[in-house]
Structure formats: structure tokens, C-alpha cells
Design a protein around this ligand. Structure first.
Ligand code: ADP
Ligand code: MG
Length: 708
């Protein structure tokens, strides 16, 4: 009966829902759809609403098909903008291409002013699912085909059939990605209902952050149902005030989470390292040179932590060659020379061996206090290492992840230094806790990163920055050469050989499925080239597929100066220290990230001699020019981030990044700083109930629990 249905409507509008309500209260959510939401991490109305449309179709920007010819399709394909058309299917044709036997689907779309051919390869299901009369939005680049203008492989959005497909009444149509059985259109319906029924929440942002910004629910409305007067460009670039509001919410929640965690840590009691004049003298006696001002400052911050009664969680940042290792060594000596043990954890065996060698040198006669522990050691050797660690005879311990094996018992572990490569996981920390240990932590960052991002990546770690290089460093002469001028690079290498120096050549690791492969020179081809160019030269080749002991043997021949040239993939990126190597040539430099190239460059210029870094690349790019222009790793990292975005920049470490829906760590770095300051103030005042509630919800969504 209609009367009852009406009453139901009334009840619904009278019972507003909190944003924290489970999304399953929404109508039209059967078990399959509910499961798809859950799979996507959408539990509450708020979760649902925080997933913004991936795109808006602006009716004003729709092009009538009759006017299509006028657009600039003759531009290069990558410069061509997306064109959006709306029409109904006139005809669907299915065939097979002659040459490669691909399924070819052609759809003729018409809108009353003209028609446009849409062409799809290898998507035969389209031919079966599209029917004449279907209304479709299509967007993609236009190309000139054999029969005139066409759109190849456009994205499609179903708009219903015939007359029922006229529901689009506003200027902007939000598009949502399909989630399993939830089509974009169904999602839009769910969002609509959620927005209609949601109750405006109490304000949870501190006023200093939300001045001039819309409130939370209004911001969500503005982005899911943009009013006709919205600015299309700002919507597209995600830069409206509504976006700012939601980004601020995410960043503030994140900053609060970090600060809360920090507050908990500061309450934990840390082992106090006793200092004395004797200790100071002892540390000094290890030092081969004067510390730089920056090293002195960083070390003082560490000493304050170690003697202050709290548990140290500190990030030591610094450019390549800024002398992080020496600072880390001093921190280890602090605990090792006062009866405890310090462990240095590094990502690879090559690096572990090198650090051990280094520490051995610094310790001199005391080097028996140092112990190396690696995964693939001989059984007897390993047994002895483990015994020395357990007895406390070993006080300076250097190793790979083998340090966390069950059988390893520490006598009195007070400090762990992590050479940060891949993120050091919560798991390892747990493993240590299981052993009843709560040591101090010092994390060395291999890539310098801007402070605000370090905060995002490393959460509540305090930071020390080495912003100065040891004296006497020669700047590294950096250049880019076209592939066909490579001979000039080899001439330079030859000159350095004649002066008794060594050289690195770096080849990109090439994935065999890489489409561009045919045009790339791989490491074998480079080896042939080098052997032909330098007949009789003693050269070693290293790459990731070698057995670790084989790799170590080859590296050590280069370190010892027996091999004059080391041809490598990026396995040498981190830490290899050969002061006599004065030139590095990187092939296909455009294939590397900027920060990666900067790390590679840091392998030369470590001795007293003038050094060279040559990038072979046929691509004249702003990116590579940045390396020629500056040797400041922080600036290079910033540039790299701006160009590639945090996802690619952080690569494997991305797993540990907070999962923001709207905020962007690069673009919003200043906002993050403001949120951080506000978080500190807010905590000092105490959280309101609304804030506590909201924080619990948001933190689950951002997966902040995984942040270190
Ligand atoms: P990072 O790990 O930060 O890239 P390293 O610790 O490997 O840098 O140091 C680079 C080089 O500088 C090493 O050869 C080291 O012995 C040297 N070095 C470190 N500190 C100083 C200093 N204060 N004065 C002179 N040389 C230093
Ligand atoms: Mg180092």
C-alpha cells in the first residue's frame, strides 16, 4: 500500500545515522555486496564516504559527436587529452584482426549530432554485453583511424537504456570504481543514501586547522555531489576546500596517532648508560678524525637519549657520505664500553662484512669484542658466534636478519642500530620483545628524505640530521652523455685506470618481460662491450642472482684493488666503500630513480682524488639534470618525490605508509606539519569525546597501527 511506503520514508528521514554506523544498514546491500565492501576495507558509512569518486564527468565538457573533428587529434598521442562523449549504441560488430588474430570489437555510438567508432582489442565480452540502445559515456584519446576519427580502448560507463538512461540531471557526474559485484552506479546509490541519512558529526578538528574549511559532512557532500557551480579544474586536481578538509582530517588523525604512540614510549623506562670522563676518553681514542659539527650534534642527541632514562627511538638521517656509520659506531661504543651489547643490523651480507671490517679497524686492539653473524655461516663458525654473543664476550655485534633467529641469545642487548633499507618490521621488534628485551633503537636512513616525510614513514622516531659532509670532500663532476658519445665516458675511465684508479659501471637490472627490452643493453652486453674496449682488464661482474658467497668473493677482489673495474646492477647502491674508485658510469640512467642515482654517485668521491659520475642516456630530461645541478641529497629526494610521487619513491617501503584516501604526503607536507603541531597541543589539552571516537575509527581505516 502506498500509504505504508510513505510512512517508512518518514521514519528513515527521522532517524539520522552516525558516520560510525555500519554500512550494512544501507538498503540494497545483500550478502555479496556487503562482502565486497568488507573486502575493500569499508565497514562504516564514513569509510564508504571517504572513498571519493575517481573522476567527475562535466556535462559542460561533453563534446557533441558532430563537433569532434575540430579537436586537435594530430598532436602526439601522449599530449592528447581525454575526450568524453555520451551517446547510445547504434551497432556492435565483432571480428578478428587479420594479422595477430586478436578479437576486435567495434561499437558505433551516436548522439543525434553524429557518430563515433569505439574500437576495443581482446575484449570480446564487450561485444556480448553491449546492446543497441544502451546509453554509454566513453572517455579516451581520439585517434585518426582508417575510417576517420575513432576512440581506441576507451573507458566506458553504463548510463542505462533508452529513456530510463536520462537520470543524469546535474552538471557533474561522479564516477566510482567497480568493487566486485558493486558497480560504480550501485556505489553511487549507496553513497547517496548514506549522505541523505548521515547525521552531521560534532567537530573534531581543532579550530586552528579547520578555519575556512567546510565541516566534515559538507565536505563529503561537496565531493560526492558537486554543485553545478563547482570549479571543474579544482575538482579534477583534488584541490578544492572540501579536499583540503578531508586531507586535514586524515593528517591530523595520523599526527595524533604518532604523538600518542610517542607519549606511551616516553613513559617506558629506558636502560640508562652511565657516562664518565673515562668513557669519553675511551670513545675519543677510537676516533680516527674529528667529528663534523653535525656528527657532534647528532651524537649529543643520542647521548641525551641514552642517559635520559627513556627508550631511544631515533632516526639518523644524512646524505651519502655524511658519516652516519661513525655516529652509529659511537652509539654502540657507549653501551659496549659500559658493560652492555650493541647490535648493528644491515640488509645484506656484503654490507655486514664491510661494516665489520670498518668496526674492526676502529676498534683496533679491541676488535675481539666484535662479532659478525650471518645466515649462511659454517655450522662451527656459527656456533662459536652464537656462543660469544650469549656469553657477552661479543659486545659489538654486526649481522643480517640472522640476528633474530631463535638460537641467538644476547647477554645484555641495550642498543640496536638498523641500517634502514627495507623497513625494519614490527615483527623483528616483537621477536626481541619475546626475548624479554627492550633495547634502544637507532635507525639510519639510507636515502635522505625531507623531514615531514620522515615523520610519515617513521612515525614517532625522533630525528637527528647530518647536514654537513666531512671536510676535504671533492665535489663529484657529474655529466650526462648521449649513448652515441659513450666513447667519451670510456676514455675517461681509461684515463683513471692509467692514474691507478678503479671504476664502477652500472647496468640496469632488466626484467625479461620488459617491453622496451629490445632497445636496452643488459649487463651481459655491457660486459662484452667492456672486455672489447679494455682488453686484458681485470674486471668483476656482480648482480642480484649470484650466490651470496660468490658475490662477496667478487666484491672483495674489487675492494682489495685486484679487480680494476666492477660491473654491477644496483646491488652496489648502498654502502660499498672503495676510496680508490674515482669514476662511475651508469648505463640507461633514465631507468633509475633520482635518489637511487644519487646513492650510486655516493660510491665515488670517497677518497682524496677528483671523481666523476657519468650518466649515459639518450633522454635529455629535467630529472637527470637535477643530478648535474646539485649534490644535495635532500633536494634531490624532494625533486624525486615531486616527480614520481611517494608510492614509487618509497618503493618496497610503501607497505608501511599510512593509507590516505585524500591526503598526499608530498603535496600536503606543510599541512602535515601544521597537523603535527596541532596534535601536540591537542594532546596537551586532552582529547574530547568526539575526538576520541573519531580517532579510533580513522586509525583503523588508515592502518596506523602498523606505523613504527
Ligand atoms: P654514510 O654512511 O653516511 O654514507 P659513511 O659513514 O660511510 O657515510 O662515511 C663516509 C666516509 O667518510 C667514510 O669513509 C668515513 O670514514 C668518512 N668520515 C666519516 N666521518 C668523518 C669525519 N668526521 N671526518 C672525516 N672523514 C669522515
Ligand atoms: Mg653508510
Amino acid at each position: 500500500m502506498p500509504a505504508r511506503a510513505d510512512r517508512l520514508e518518514v521514519v528513515v528521514t527521522l532517524a539520522p545515522l552516525l558516520l560510525s554506523t555500519q554500512a550494512t544498514v544501507l538498503r540494497g546491500l545483500g550478502p555479496a555486496r556487503a562482502a565486497a565492501l568488507q573486502e575493500a576495507g569499508i565497514a562504516t558509512l564514513h569509510d564508504l564516504l571517504m572513498q571519493l569518486p575517481y573522476r567527475y564527468v562535466d556535462r559542460g565538457a561533453l563534446v557533441p559527436m558532430g563537433a569532434l573533428e575540430m579537436r586537435g587529434f594530430q598532436r602526439a598521442p601522449e599530449a592528447r587529452e581525454l575526450t568524453t562523449v555520451l551517446g547510445h549504441v547504434v551497432e556492435v560488430r565483432q571480428s578478428t584482426t587479420h594479422v595477430q588474430r586478436m578479437a576486435l570489437t567495434e561499437v558505433l555510438l551516436g548522439d543525434g549530432t553524429g557518430t563515433l567508432r569505439l574500437v576495443f582489442f581482446n575484449q570480446p565480452y564487450l561485444g556480448r554485453s553491449l546492446k543497441p540502445g544502451d546509453r554509454l559515456l566513453a572517455f579516451g584519446p581520439l585517434v585518426m583511424g582508417r575510417h576517420g576519427l575513432e576512440m581506441r580502448g576507451p573507458q566506458l560507463e553504463g548510463m542505462g537504456r533508452g529513456a530510463e538512461g536520462t537520470e543524469w540531471v546535474h552538471r557533474f557526474l561522479p564516477l566510482y570504481r567497480k568493487l566486485g559485484p558493486l558497480t560504480g552506479r550501485v556505489r553511487q546509490k549507496l553513497v547517496e543514501e548514506a549522505l541523505q541519512r548521515a547525521h552531521p558529526p560534532e567537530e573534531w578538528l581543532p579550530v586552528e586547522l579547520c578555519r575556512q574549511l567546510p565541516d566534515s559532512l559538507t565536505a563529503l557532500r561537496l565531493l560526492h555531489q558537486p554543485p553545478d557551480e563547482s570549479d571543474a579544474r579544482l575538482l579534477e586536481t583534488r584541490d578544492t576546500l572540501a579536499h583540503h578538509r578531508l586531507a586535514t582530517e586524515e593528517l591530523f588523525a595520523f599526527a595524533l596517532g604518532v604523538e600518542l604512540r610517542r607519549a606511551v614510549r616516553l613513559k617506558r623506562k629506558g636502560m640508562i648508560v652511565p657516562t664518565s670522563e673515562a668513557l669519553r676518553e675511551r670513545l675519543k681514542s677510537f676516533l680516527p678524525f674529528h667529528l663534523t659539527e653535525a656528527q657532534r650534534r647528532a651524537f649529543k642527541e643520542i647521548v641525551d637519549d641514552l642517559t635520559g632514562g627513556r627508550v631511544m627511538h631515533r632516526l639518523l638521517q644524512g646524505d651519502v657520505g655524511s658519516g652516519k656509520t661513525l655516529v652509529a659506531f659511537l652509539a654502540m661504543a657507549m653501551v659496549a664500553e659500559t658493560g652492555g651489547q650493541g647490535a648493528l643490523l644491515v640488509p645484506t651480507e656484503v654490507l655486514a662484512r664491510q661494516h665489520a671490517l670498518n668496526f674492526g679497524r676502529l676498534l683496533g686492539e679491541e676488535s675481539r669484542a666484535m662479532q659478525l653473524l650471518l645466515g649462511p655461516m659454517k655450522a662451527a663458525e656459527k656456533r662459536e658466534a652464537v656462543a660469544r654473543i650469549a656469553s657477552g664476550e661479543a659486545r659489538y655485534i654486526v649481522g643480517t636478519h640472522a640476528l633474530f633467529q631463535e638460537e641467538v641469545r644476547f647477554h645484555d642487548l641495550r642498543l640496536v642500530v638498523v641500517d634502514e633499507q627495507h623497513r625494519f618490521g614490527v615483527k623483528q621488534r616483537e621477536a626481541l620483545k619475546q626475548k624479554g628485551l627492550d633495547p634502544h633503537w637507532l635507525v639510519m636512513s639510507a636515502t635522505p628524505i625531507p623531514r615531514s616525510l620522515a615523520l610519515a614513514l617513521f612515525g614517532d622516531l625522533d630525528q637527528s640530521v647530518l647536514d654537513e659532509l666531512p671536510p676535504g670532500r671533492q665535489p663529484i663532476t657529474t655529466r650526462r652523455l648521449d649513448g652515441h658519445s659513450a666513447e667519451r665516458a670510456w676514455d675517461l675511465v681509461e684515463k683513471e685506470f692509467r692514474a691507478g684508479r678503479q671504476a664502477f659501471v652500472v647496468s640496469p637490472a632488466i626484467d625479461p618481460t620488459d617491453e622496451a627490452k629490445v632497445k636496452l643493453r643488459d649487463i651481459q652486453a655491457m660486459e662484452h662491450l667492456l672486455r672489447a674496449r679494455f682488453p686484458g682488464l681485470d674486471l668483476e661482474v656482480v648482480h642480484g642472482r649470484l650466490r651470496p658467497d660468490d658475490m662477496a668473493a667478487r666484491m672483495s677482489r674489487f675492494v682489495a684493488g685486484e679487480a680494476k673495474l666492477l660491473l654491477a646492477t644496483t646491488v652496489i647502491e648502498v654502502g660499498v666503500d672503495v676510496p680508490n674508485a674515482t669514476v662511475m658510469v651508469v648505463d640507461h640512467a633514465e631507468r633509475f630513480g633520482l635518489s637511487q642515482l644519487h646513492q650510486l654517485r655516493g660510491r665515488v668521491g670517497r677518497g682524496a682524488h677528483r671523481s666523476f659520475f657519468v650518466m649515459l642516456s639518450d633522454q635529455e630530461s629535467e630529472r637527470l639534470q637535477a643530478l648535474v645541478d646539485t649534490q644535495d641529497g635532500f633536494r634531490i629526494a624532494q625533486k624525486d618525490l615531486d616527480i614520481r610521487g611517494p608510492g614509487e619513491f618509497f618503493g618496497t617501503r610503501q607497505a608501511g605508509l599510512p593509507q590516505f584516501q585524500v591526503a598526499d604526503l608530498v603535496r600536503d607536507r606543510e599541512r602535515l606539519q601544521a597537523c603535527r603541531a596541532a596534535a601536540v597541543r591537542t594532546l596537551a589539552l586532552g582529547l574530547s569525546d568526539a575526538q576520541q571516537d573519531w580517532l579510533r575509527r580513522v586509525q583503523a581505516r588508515l592502518k596506523l597501527a602498523d606505523v613504527s
